[in-house]
Design a protein around this ligand. Sequence first.
Ligand SMILES: Nc1nc2c(ncn2[C@@H]2O[C@H](COP(=O)(O)OP(=O)(O)O)[C@@H](O)[C@H]2O)c(=O)[nH]1
Ligand SMILES: [Mg+2]
Length: 232
Amino acid sequence: MSAFDRVAAVVPALNEEGNIGAVVAGLRLAGVDRIVVVDNGSTDKTASEAAAAGAKVVHEHRMGYGQACQTGSEAALDDGAEFLVYIDGDQSSRPGEIDDLVQPLLDDTADLVLGSRVLGTRERGAMGAHQRFGNWLTAALMRRLYAIDVTDLGPYRAIRGDLLVALNMREMTFGWPTEMMVKSAKRGSRIVEVPVSWDRRGAGESKVSGTLKGSMLAGYHILGVTLRNARG
Ligand SMILES: Nc1nc2c(ncn2[C@@H]2O[C@H](COP(=O)(O)OP(=O)(O)O)[C@@H](O)[C@H]2O)c(=O)[nH]1
Ligand SMILES: [Mg+2]
């Protein structure tokens, strides 16, 4: 039995050919056997590259980063996973750091573990100024509105499966990670941050923070979820 028997990694992926195989291989090397790659209508070889590296590939035709994460989570839970780890498919997070995210769940000292790139080290050029500002602003709002001690809104994170189900997630966009944080906080769940590294993506182009449209949409959804949930 490995320490990760109860863990599944969920990787949302949209056109990550040239990256996804390395991410899956890295996760396997780290000891994770259950890896779900959610292909969201990629037009490249993302799905076959992921499968060849040993991942289970789920195709989700409804678009959206959150939808991909949700669908992948459900597939992993159906498969018997108890803990879910999310990691981007572009090689910006390091699969080898997964232990740091999962250990607090295995130790039962946290229900949600957030990888903070502010507490960790960032490769030069891996995060634009607008993204740093947006993360800083939202984290400050969350500290104030929800009294959670967070420094970042990174995609590399781990959650108890039963908590995710209880959260009844609704935001199928880039607001999904934010919804997870604010709803967990409102329930009084134990939220812990751990430092993680953040590298420039491997192959290909950013679909979110690297484009004006992606950044505006992400900011709109993230701030919207943060403010809406604070009421009531
Ligand atoms: N399934 C799915 N994945 C997406 C979508 N948009 C982005 N991704 C994935 O989400 C992760 C983050 O996207 P990325 O383009 O790297 O954004 P950035 O890190 O802000 O530059 C990557 O693994 C993408 O492949 C989407 O609409 N659906
Ligand atoms: Mg990226």
